[in-house]
Design a protein around this ligand. Structure first.
Ligand code: R5P
Length: 293
């Protein structure tokens, strides 16, 4: 088994390879003069685990090219961050179900797919191959334990993230709760407490994604105004779009952490162990594919 990674998932790919004791299929990626992506992999084994987060149009093309380049082996796909998953239904007539479009495209030439804390589990049903997700709640819990905060409140900014916050909190026996969020625009949200009362202790805000930072910044401002001693933020997928980190800091958030599903300076814990465990559950036993002509 070898691991082949797209350009934005090399560190995580290397960690997965190490966890599995697998080699890396070195992949060089460049561009043609017109901007099209070119890539080439080194020698492969019978099974290749292609690792690449879906962050943009280019990363989708990179993934599709890498899957195709590996077509002589059995390809398992790991998409640590599955972008386009938030458009998971037709909210207005005429819209695509973007999650379905990318899932179908990524099913071609692949035997199974693993992703991490997908925005909604129903998205997995759009893959036409076996698809599963791993849940980083234990890793988030261990990361928070390492912060040595004592007895933090684990708080989700909305109802959707509440079960995740509950799972994280169960790792340390901490209290958990969620806020009520109303999205006003792509960048602006209103966040309100569910109940009256003051937060006098330390709070860790938990979410699956930090994108613009608007959600957690609004939550932090509200919590600090209600008397919270300190507010920290931990997410799985740290997109940190534009000035998100500046926004979080100016809202008074102390520690900001994300996993390495999107690699960056705030990647403070890894998804590699959980992904490797899931890959081990399905031994590489499928026959190699016939070379396509
Ligand atoms: C939305 O439902 C997600 O769980 C996140 O809360 C959202 O993507 C965060 O976005 P932003 O950082 O732009 O507020």
């Amino acid at each position: 088994m070898k691991i082949a990674c797209t350009g934005r998932s090399r560190a995580l790919g290397a960690r997965i390879a190490e966890s599995l004791g697998a080699g890396i299929a070195e992949t060089s990626i460049s561009r043609f003069p017109d901007g099209e992506i070119y890539l080439r992999t080194g020698p492969l084994d019978e099974t290749t685990v292609v690792v690449g987060s879906l962050l943009s149009g280019d990363s989708l093309v990179e993934l599709l090219l890498l899957i195709d380049a590996c077509h002589r082996s059995e390809v398992r796909l790991v998409v640590p961050y599955l972008g386009y998953a938030r458009q998971d239904r037709e909210f207005k007539p005429g819209e695509p179900v973007s999650a379905r479009a990318v899932a179908r495209a990524l099913s071609t030439g692949v035997s199974r797919v693993v992703t991490v804390n997908v925005h909604k589990e129903t998205v997995l049903s759009h893959f036409t191959i076996p698809a599963s997700q791993v849940n980083l709640a234990p890793e988030v819990g261990e990361y928070i334990r390492g912060l040595g905060l004592g007895n933090p409140l684990i708080l989700a900014p909305d109802r959707g993230a509440a079960p995740f916050a509950a799972e994280v909190a169960s790792r340390g026996g901490w209290e958990h709760d969620h806020l009520e969020k109303t999205r006003i625009s792509g960048e602006e949200v209103r966040v309100e407490p569910r109940r009256e009362g003051a937060w006098t202790g330390e709070v860790v805000l938990i979410d699956d994604i930090i994108s613009t930072g608007g959600t957690l910044a609004a939550a932090a401002r509200m919590l600090l105004a209600h008397g919270a001693k300190a507010v920290h933020a931990v997410c799985v997928h740290g997109l940190f779009t534009g000035n998100a980190l500046g926004l979080l800091r100016s809202a008074g958030i102390g520690q900001v952490a994300a996993s390495d599903t999107i690699e960056g300076p705030e990647s403070r814990y890894s998804a590699a162990g959980a992904i490797a465990r899931r890959l081990r559950e399905h031994p590489a036993d499928a026959p190699a594919r016939e070379p396509a002509r």
